[in-house]
Design a protein around this ligand. Structure first.
Ligand code: SAM
Ligand code: SF4
Length: 329
């Protein structure tokens, strides 16, 4: 079995694929209000995404996460999941979604062999939900969560981006909701990706340490040894099924064990979220001289430019001019 290994001895066995830059929400930390989306010919076709997924699995990738934009708004997404879910050698196909389409999509995702779902939920207050997502409806997402539970998805995880003075006071209620619904929950520090107007990132920054301290006034958090292959620190809450995770991209603590790369919807392979190091795989796919061997070699060679660690700085202007919806969170 082939393996992708970088200069620092890290094996890459986890690929995140953004299958669309489009979304039915406009979350304040993710998108500008009037986003311009990429023209169709610049984004990978579903067939191209499938070829890339298959190639990565042949190169030893065991886990694929589909993200976006909102993956479930792309036409044909469910068929793509079915095809990727059937790839020999892939252990886990997982999905990150805003939950808006889950009432209809959950049964199909189950059949497509999707193993786990991450569902974004930043607040349980309908008015605040509207403010944060600009176009989203809380009840639709809550119904989506119930639909996913009914399908029997195990270890559904909520993802909450916490912003100071927007939703930081709700971290306890979100955990309580997770406990009552037997879900996991991860709190994410905002990452400075793209310039989003009317939104001062330095002001909005609320650290994982602050969130944890707030939670410890209400719950007992026991550090867990579980690792899911992501940049999370996990805690168990005794006598519940809920695990609480903290994703702290501002600290460098997870770079040394980084096992993942990302594929943007434009077909760029990003070797690190926080760096601009990338390889244009779409160009290779669309070249008249395309062969699957060339593609494989380009992916193997790309390991040479995977940087040792990322660079983020909230206090200064964002140095990374991609929006999250293009990168795939
Ligand atoms: N639309 C789907 C969703 O919202 O779950 C998938 C894509 S979204 C870009 C993936 C995750 O990234 C979401 O949990 C979202 O909250 C998070 N996210 C978006 N922009 C972010 C930012 N600037 N900093 C940290 N997390 C962000
Ligand atoms: Fe859409 Fe997800 Fe970005 Fe919100 S975070 S705008 S749901 S892609």
């Amino acid at each position: 079995m082939m393996k992708l290994t970088d200069r620092f001895g890290r094996t890459v066995d986890y690929l995140r694929i953004s299958i669309t830059d489009r979304c039915d929400f406009r979350c304040v930390y993710c998108m500008a209000e009037d986003m311009t989306f990429l023209p169709r010919n610049q984004i990978l076709s579903l067939e191209e995404i499938y070829i890339l997924a298959k190639t990565f699995v042949e190169l030893g990738v065991k886990k694929i996460r589909i993200t976006g934009g909102e993956p479930l708004v792309r036409k044909g997404a469910l068929e793509l999941f079915q095809k990727i879910g059937a790839l020999n050698g892939l252990h886990e196909l997982v999905l990150t979604t805003n939950g808006s389409q889950l009432v209809t999509a959950a049964p199909i995702l189950k059949v497509a062999n999707v193993k786990r779902l991450n569902i974004s939920l930043d607040t349980l207050d309908a008015a605040k939900f509207k403010e944060l997502t600009r176009t989203g409806d809380l009840q639709t997402v809550l119904n989506g969560i119930q639909a996913a539970k009914k399908e029997g998805f195990e270890r559904i995880k909520l993802n909450a981006v916490i912003l100071k003075n927007r939703n930081h006071a709700e971290v306890g209620d979100l955990v309580q909701f997770a406990i009552e619904n037997e879900l996991d929950i991860s709190f994410i520090e905002e990452m400075p990706l793209g310039i989003v107007e009317k939104h001062n990132r330095a002001e909005a920054y609320y650290s994982s340490d602050e969130i944890r301290a707030d939670l410890e006034t209400r719950f007992v958090l026991q550090r867990s040894k579980d690792k899911t292959g992501g940049p999370s620190d996990y805690f168990n809450i005794p006598n519940t099924r809920t695990r609480v995770g903290f994703i702290s991209p501002h600290s460098h603590n997870f770079c040394s064990t980084c096992n993942r790369v990302r594929l943007t919807v434009e077909g760029r392979l990003l070797l690190c979220l926080g760096n601009e190091h990338s390889v244009d795989l779409k160009k290779i796919l669309r070249s008249p001289n395309f062969t699957s061997e060339n593609l494989k070699q380009a992916i193997i060679d790309s390991m040479e430019i995977k940087p040792e660690k990322h660079e983020f700085n909230v206090k200064e202007q964002p140095i990374i001019l991609r929006y999250m919806n293009m990168t795939g969170g």
